[in-house]
Design a protein around this ligand. Structure first.
Ligand SMILES: *[C@@H]1O[C@H](CO)[C@@H](O)[C@H](O)[C@H]1NC(C)=O
Length: 321
């Protein structure tokens, strides 16, 4: 679903001559934000982003497997802070926190500079809107009415709302801290509500303001043509049970805003801890709850990407037909 949208955006960018690539990328990043909260399933990119930071993860994807492994080995040495030859759960959690923080700080820094070249204290909504969505003023009526036009309009609406949530002192301009909350709401507890709204809207296909079981599953999994519910992979069956038995707490058959909040942003949830546990669980061959360098390198495609992994996956998918 997201891929289609990316392509649609890219195409619009070309034929309308707008927006510039950096803006388009920001729009796309924006779109994928919410995806990050919930793609725990079988999404290698999610693990790679968590382990390396989004920017580094992208550059690893371009590397041949041997080089990717070599660099992973060097990272493992860094993660093993006490140099006892093992990566413990705590060391891995600290590392994930560190990479996430580094990525967010750099990302905010880059966007802040880009939208605020004279380094003023505030960015006004008017200027931000002109920067990112100014191209919409040049669109013809038919472009505005097209699917792409509607997509941009939605993004603008969403940005506007998110801006207002981030604008702590309500002066319609964001200072650097507030701008950080706007760009990375997942990192700011005050933004939980708008993150929930955005997530809900992304998944809510029929726009009735709540999630049905089918919408919830449809967001994570697309069945093969003609595949029946019985033939679904086990993790999808488990998600169905999760929805009914656990996520839909008031048992009305839907997830409302509050239930979506409990799902993606429970107050005490520690993403770094959850991700570290997941990685240890997947790679800990001898089940001693810590990882050796060999265990990590054996499962290198869990931690980092490389060209060949993706190629291998493409082949594997092809073979199924
Ligand atoms: C930005 O404004 C908020 C209030 O909305 C304030 O708490 C924060 O300290 C300010 N940050 C900077 C960098 O001025």
């Amino acid at each position: 679903m997201l891929t289609t949208l990316y392509i649609a955006l890219a195409i619009t960018a070309v034929y309308a001559g707008v927006p510039n690539p950096e803006e388009t990328k920001r729009l796309m990043d924006h779109l994928s934000d919410a995806e990050h909260y919930r793609n725990e399933h079988h999404n290698k990119q999610f693990d790679h982003d968590a382990f390396l930071g989004e920017d580094q993860a992208k550059s690893f994807d371009q590397l041949p497997p041997e080089e990717s492994k070599r660099r992973l080995g060097m990272i493992v040495d860094k993660i093993d802070a006490d140099k006892d030859g093992f990566v413990s759960l705590v060391e891995l959690k600290d590392w994930i926190r560190y990479t996430q923080k580094r990525y967010i700080v750099e990302d905010v820094e880059n966007h802040w500079k880009q939208h605020n070249p004279n380094n003023e204290d505030l960015i006004s909504w008017e200027n931000y809107k002109k920067d990112v969505y100014g191209f919409m003023d040049e669109m013809t009526d038919s472009e505005k009415k097209s699917k792409e036009g509607a997509t941009y309009k939605n993004l603008l609406k969403r940005d506007r709302r998110r801006w207002q949530y981030a604008d702590g002192d309500q002066d319609d301009s964001l200072n650097r801290t507030e701008f950080g909350a706007f760009l990375h709401p997942e990192d700011h507890s005050g933004m939980r509500e708008v993150v929930v709204l955005e997530t809900l809207e992304d998944i809510d296909v029929d726009k009735d303001g709540k999630l049905s079981l089918e919408e919830y599953i449809g967001d994570m999994y697309k069945p093969e043509e003609g595949e029946s519910v019985d033939e679904e992979p086990d993790w999808v069956k488990q998600e169905r049970e999760q929805f009914t038995g656990y996520r839909d707490t008031n048992k009305d058959g839907f997830m409302d805003e509050k239930e979506v909040m409990d799902w993606i942003a429970p107050p005490e949830f520690d993403h770094a801890d959850a991700e570290a546990r997941h990685l240890v669980f997947e790679a800990d061959t001898d089940a001693d709850e810590k990882l050796t360098k060999d265990e990590i390198l054996d499962k290198y495609d869990l931690f980092v990407g490389s060209q060949a992994t993706d190629f291998g996956e493409a082949l594997a998918r092809h073979d199924e037909f």
